[in-house]
Ligand binder design. Sequence first.
Ligand SMILES: *Cc1c(COP(=O)(O)O)cnc(C)c1O
Length: 446
Amino acid sequence: MSNLFDDAAKRASRYLESLNTRSVAPKREAIAALARFDQAFPDHTSSAESVLAELDEIGSPATMASAGGRFFGFVIGGALPATVAANWLATTWDQNAGLVVTSPINAALENVSLRWLKAIFHLPSQSAGGFVTSATAANFSALAAARHMLLARAGWDVEARGLFGAPPLTVVVGDEVHASMLKALSLVGFGRERVLRVPVDAQGRMCFDEFPDVDDRTVVCVQAGNVNSGAFDPIPEICARAHSHGAWVHVDGAFGMWAAAAPARAHLVRGVEGADSWATDAHKWLNVPYDSGLVFTRDPDALRKAMSIGGAYLAQDEDRVPYQYTPDFSRRARGIEVWAALRQLGRLGLADLIERTCRYAGQFAEGLRAAGYRVLNDVVLNQVLVSFGSAERTREVIDRVQRDGTCWCGGTVWQGHTAMRISVSSWATTEADVERSLAAILSMAQ
Ligand SMILES: *Cc1c(COP(=O)(O)O)cnc(C)c1O
């Protein structure tokens, strides 16, 4: 057994070391070799060692090198070494995180992490939090909490009776709402099209002038950190207006919420703590392994009752029971990695991670502008949108950058303009990575 685990650790270390010299995107041959996995279901048992060797030999080359410092696609981030190691140990423990009795260690570390996270985001200390799979799941869970609360106030028990015949709720989103928010709306039965869309400005922020009338049957979904521009909706103004009419404000802050941790960026999230619920990711900017999202609600009952099993919520345990705050019952112990990241980084390390990645984004923007290319967004955070001319030419440059393999950036369409998106979200990115990547991008663009 110990040989197997030593071998796994050696293979993992070797993989991480290889990232400095290999192409960020996997080579075509490596992807073609995945066909070797396409075998008949074996009759006979193999050794664990041989299974691991097969996985490493065929699998490792066919990975995207998002664990390294030159992957800038989507908003992804890497995994801090302390969190990978904590994940190995916690996986060895094989804890079921749903109950305190099945994993006292996870329950304890969820409590500690929640306390720290609420302080980082300036959320009210009584807020409830849940360790979910993703920001999508966090948006879903928060909407379920909003649905519970607004309908309970209207005298409707939605968990028992469903939405059939329920008083209708109105949902407000910005025109630049993230697709996952719309998915979450569809999952909770609100419908992805049955929404009021507020027009946005050139950075994708809701225009407060055009904010609709809301009431106590309205859920307003705002954004802290647009996935393309990194921009923030005018959240304090929206909260003030919405709350004066009894509406619920939910913040999708998948990565943007973390701006709160860096003193020079914290002004961007000012007033976010005034909302009723929040969704964020730990697997993006906090750099913990997948999957790891976080949901918070100001009123702890809202989340607990929305996630309850039958009438069980009536009996509130003395201890916080993890499954009462998530859609899952049995699940892995995500709180352990979140704790490891925060415990290792500390306040200053976290501030440095956020600030450093924002600074690198600024460095990309400067270099691209200096070479004569158009940066489409105000680079306030870690996101950069650049156009290399026409849509066709921009797509061609993106394709060449990806095939070159020095770094990896994806494409997007920003308010009608095709752009390459650079998201600097990884702890592993260094100044040298930025310089090397910028040089590669500029050379591919010529
Ligand atoms: C990434 C992102 C999401 C979805 O997050 P997942 O963890 O991939 O589900 C939602 N909203 C915004 C603004 C995002 O950037």
